[in-house]
Design a protein around this ligand. Structure first.
Ligand code: NAD
Length: 399
């Protein structure tokens, strides 16, 4: 049920039996039906909601709209969120909700109705004291705005458009955090600056496109990018703004005039850094031994399987885990939540500097912890995060 290996973690931090019992399973899992007439078609599907732990605060976590979501996967995302918020030290627990639909099959106003129905059936859940959603795969600022339009509570949802209570810099936030992590990791592990580093980005969506823009701004070369259509390659590096414009015109990357490669080929390119910003299971036992990049940054949630992770470690690859690298989005959500509660206004630079500071501090903390305990960066990040959740449970008198 849990992603944690308690035996392994128990060797580096103290995990009381009571804490283990609590953390082995999510606090709450619900499956709800969403039944709705859209014109003369009826949509009947499932909504999954998981609060893995609320020891550190209300459950925070994105809403995914995708045809292949399950309760089990929702739980994994909620657990990752528990450790992501704990690791960077923001006052939230970990949650997630998923709606089993393919959003590409619906028109804009149909999606609005689906989101309104989601809020209706989630009326006891969407509440700043219980669960605070944000965008994830298949959802974005517009869906968050529809939620706010129903709750009328600014801090009940984050990732809203700037025009309706959102904050400047939220759209770029996850990508900003991934890029900041990549920059720190390239300097630390490769003894070089980002300038002229060769980078491949798997997944050119909300996160991947922003990572690519920030990395290009720091002088790196984005030599490859992919989406569901496949990949494209340019040894000199792409003009990322042009790629973004191309995607905004609803075209796939493979329709861009460049050398085409497959999505699998992108993963095994000989580059300095591989950024994973698509979905789960990008690296599995099938391709782990073919990965040539020295540094792998997890912008996506859970993109490397457990077995593949072990192979990468054997091959001396450095993996910066999702709970650190992709925390920029939830850090910005914290800033937006704070703005919603206080009524203050936030400049883009403030959003960026909060992300940069928390990621910078956490990165060096994890580096020291990993060195002191002889751990890889995923295990070190999880150990530090789990320790923080245990401390909160002790402080609340739960254990
Ligand atoms: P998105 O839907 O905007 O983008 C996903 C991109 O990945 C799309 O371009 C899609 O074409 C591409 N893709 C899907 N399968 C692929 C494959 N097999 N090969 C190559 N490309 C593929 O979603 P997003 O919001 O950018 O999220 C991406 C990842 O980042 C997810 O794992 C998500 O959970 C995680 N994440 C997102 C946020 C956020 O703020 N949006 C925050 C933290 C983590």
């Amino acid at each position: 049920m849990s992603i944690l290996n308690f035996e392994k973690l128990g060797k580096v931090i103290s995990i009381p039996d009571s804490a283990r019992t609590i953390l082995e399973k999510p606090e709450m899992e619900i499956t709800m039906r969403l039944d709705l007439f859209l014109g003369d078609k009826m949509l009947c599907t499932d909504v999954y909601v998981v609060y893995y732990s609320t020891a550190r605060g209300p459950a925070k976590g994105g809403i995914r709209f995708a045809p292949d979501v399950t309760l089990e996967r929702t739980s994994v995302f909620a657990e990752l969120m528990t450790y992501k918020t704990a690791l960077v030290g923001i006052p939230f627990g970990g949650g997630k909700s998923c709606v089993r639909i393919d959003p590409k099959k619906y028109k804009r106003f149909e999606l609005n109705d689906i989101v309104k129905e989601y809020v209706h059936i989630m009326s006891r859940e969407i509440n700043p004291k219980v669960y605070i959603p944000a965008p994830d795969v298949g959802t974005g600022p517009r869906e968050m705005m529809v939620i706010y339009g129903e709750t009328h509570i600014p801090e009940s949802v984050t990732g809203k458009p700037v025009s309706v209570g959102g904050i400047s810099g939220r759209k770029e936030a996850t990508g900003r955090g991934v890029a900041t992590t990549a920059e720190l990791a390239v300097e630390t592990f490769m003894g070089q600056y980002l300038k002229n580093s060769r980078i491949a980005v798997q997944g050119f969506g909300k996160v991947g496109s922003q990572v690519a823009l920030f990395l290009q701004e720091s002088g790196a070369k984005i030599v490859a990018a992919s989406d569901t259509s496949g990949g494209i390659f340019s040894p000199e590096g792409f003009n990322v703004e042009e790629l973004v414009k191309h995607k905004e015109s609803k075209k796939s990357l493979q329709e861009y005039p460049a050398e085409r490669i497959s999505g699998d080929e992108l993963l095994t390119l000989d580059v300095d850094v591989l950024v994973l910003a698509a979905l789960e299971n990008a690296i599995t036992v099938k391709n782990a031994n073919d990965i040539k990049a020295k540094l792998i940054i997890e912008g996506a949630n859970n993109p490397i399987t457990k077995e593949a992770d072990e192979l990468l470690e054997k091959n001396n690859k450095i993996v910066i885990p999702d709970i650190l690298a992709s925390s920029g989005g939830v850090i910005a959500s914290y800033v937006e939540w704070h703005q919603g509660k206080s009524g203050s206004l936030t400049e883009k630079e403030e959003t960026y500097s909060t992300i940069d500071k928390l990621i910078n501090d956490t990165f060096y903390n994890i580096l020291d912890f990993a060195k002191g305990k002889g751990l890889n960066y995923r295990d070190a990040s999880l150990a530090v995060a789990v320790q923080k959740v245990i401390t909160s449970m002790e402080d609340r008198g739960w254990i």
